[in-house]
Design a protein around this ligand. Structure first.
Ligand code: HEC
Length: 106
């Protein structure tokens, strides 16, 4: 009885955790499509292209926090938050995570 209960709880925990991870990926992609893809998919104005491992490797090497800060505050000709300042920081970070996940061998 107790064992069954524990196994059930474990399964629920695993399911809940994987659902959260999935939701974050989706949120990152949504924000990316909305605010970042215009430049980062085609490489407009020298933007490092998503999926270009060589372009991203040195940037990723500088650490995630630095990339979050650049995306939130802007860098070079990239405006803060890709120009869409109404987007919350957490969603911008999810979009950066989405770029990193698709631009590295991790
Ligand atoms: C108007 C075009 C444009 C848009 C929109 C844009 N970017 Fe960029 N992004 C750039 C350019 C250009 C660079 C290169 C900046 C440099 O290194 O001088 C860049 C660089 C970056 C970097 C690397 C920063 C670093 O420190 O090396 C990250 C991360 C990034 N963008 C994330 C995002 C995210 C996330 C979004 C959407 C919220 C976004 N960008 C929207 C043009 C854009």
């Amino acid at each position: 009885m107790t064992k069954t209960l524990k196994t059930g709880l474990f399964a629920i925990t695993v399911l809940a955790t994987s659902n959260i991870a999935f939701a974050n990926d989706e949120a990152g992609k949504k924000t990316y499509d909305q605010a970042c893809a215009a430049c980062h998919t085609s490489g407009v104005a020298g933007a490092p292209k998503t999926g270009d491992l060589a372009a991203w490797a040195p940037r990723i090497a500088g650490g995630k926090e630095a990339l979050y800060a650049s995306a939130i505050k802007g860098k070079g000709i990239m405006p803060a938050k890709g120009g869409q300042t109404a987007i919350p920081d957490e969603e911008i970070k999810a979009a950066v995570d989405f770029i990193i996940a698709n631009s590295s061998r991790l």
